[in-house]
Write a protein that binds this ligand. Structure first.
Ligand code: SF4
Ligand code: SF4
Length: 344
């Protein structure tokens, strides 16, 4: 098992020297633990019903331990629906025991059945596209809102730190202020991101173009809201500005480093592990790059053999933010601290 080299720091993020951008060690691991899902959101870009098979608990324990020893301190568990993995409670408990700060993404439905392990998380992110069933369920399906809200309520009552993940579509461009209001009730932060033009064939490309003007207006409004330092919006103002100024909304990646974007540290400071133990630099590239098999070659070799991405920047909110933070961008760091201290 990996050694704990840092004391507990409560609400502060666990930072080690492995986080420094010029040291080639991974610091953040995103683990898509399963491809299964109990929803069928029409905008989902996953292959969530086509691929089967997932790692066993002993395999996961071995891989996570090797990642910890390599330098990873922050683990984000996602899916599919992560809570559908049969050993999810044991995985969370083990990951915390190894020493990771653990976050988990969920659609909320199964949250009430896993409260004991979810209490160990640094944050639980629950998808929430609206504050009514009519809006939230449009792309997520019938009853999704009611069940997500039940999960949110249960997590809040259990004292689990919450994030809401809101995907901007044509259905909810004016909804985010209401989601922020709801977040106040649950002491949550809100991750607002536009739908990325990459789902179910090229349907996303057409939609992204059609919504470009409206999404830009919404991003402008969010930037204005971010100027209010008590806002609960998770991503920094700069990230929204970079998304707003993205040159071509029919694409989400660029082969050049667009103006103002931080250097991309995918495959270096953050990496992605899929449900079969294959390692990739970034979720966006799991279709286009071959994964390196952590089970066959071990984590260190898989990491060293990762192919470097051809893209140099993208308009994915989470990646812009990760890259800014891992490059020690001051506005991203001050946003992180404001998020922790000033929830208005
Ligand atoms: S809940 Fe998430 S993983 Fe499941 S179908 Fe919806 S978007 Fe895809
Ligand atoms: S530029 Fe964006 S999409 Fe490309 S590898 Fe980096 S983080 Fe991933």
């Amino acid at each position: 098992m990996g050694k704990k080299i840092l004391p507990k720091m409560g609400f502060l993020p666990k930072i080690s020297y492995f986080a420094l951008p010029f040291i080639k060690r991974p610091y953040i691991l995103l683990f898509n633990i399963t491809q299964k899902c109990n929803l069928r959101c029409s905008y989902c870009f996953g292959k969530y019903y086509a691929e089967t098979g997932e790692l066993s608990f002993p395999q996961i324990r071995k891989i996570l331990t090797e990642f910890y020893d390599l330098g990873v301190r922050r683990l984000g568990i996602s899916g599919g629906e992560a809570l559908l993995h049969k050993d999810i409670d044991r995985v969370i408990e083990e990951a915390v025991k190894i020493g990771f700060d653990v976050g988990l993404n969920s659609n909320g439905i199964l949250v009430p059945y896993h409260l004991k392990s979810l209490r160990l998380l640094k944050n639980l992110s629950i998808s929430l596209d609206g504050t009514t069933a009519a809006i939230h369920d449009k792309y997520r399906g019938k009853e999704a809102f009611k069940r997500a809200l039940a999960g949110i309520e249960a997590a809040y009552q259990a004292g689990i730190p919450l994030h809401f993940c809101c995907t901007l579509t044509d259905a909810n461009l004016k909804e985010w202020p209401k989601i922020i209001n709801l977040a106040k009730k649950y002491n949550a932060l809100v991750q607002i991101s536009p739908l990325y033009p990459r789902f179910r064939g090229d349907g996303g490309l057409k939609l992204a173009k059609a919504w470009e003007k409206k999404i830009k207006k919404t991003l402008t409004d969010i930037i204005q809201e971010k100027k209010n330092k008590s806002s609960r919006i998770f991503y920094s103002e700069n990230t929204y500005r970079l998304m707003l100024n993205w040159p071509d909304f029919t694409s989400d990646i660029s082969s050049v480093r667009e103006l103002g974007h931080p250097p991309c540290l995918a495959g270096n400071k953050f990496v992605v592990l899929d449900h079969k133990g294959r390692l990739f630099p970034c979720v966006r590239l799991t279709d286009s790059l071959p994964g390196q098999d952590c089970l066959k070659m071990g984590v260190r070799q898989a990491y060293n053999k990762l192919l470097q991405p051809q893209c140099k920047s993208c308009r994915w909110a989470c990646y812009i933010e990760y890259n800014a933070l891992l490059n020690f961008n001051l506005s991203a760091i001050s946003n992180l601290f404001l998020n922790r201290f000033s929830k208005g």
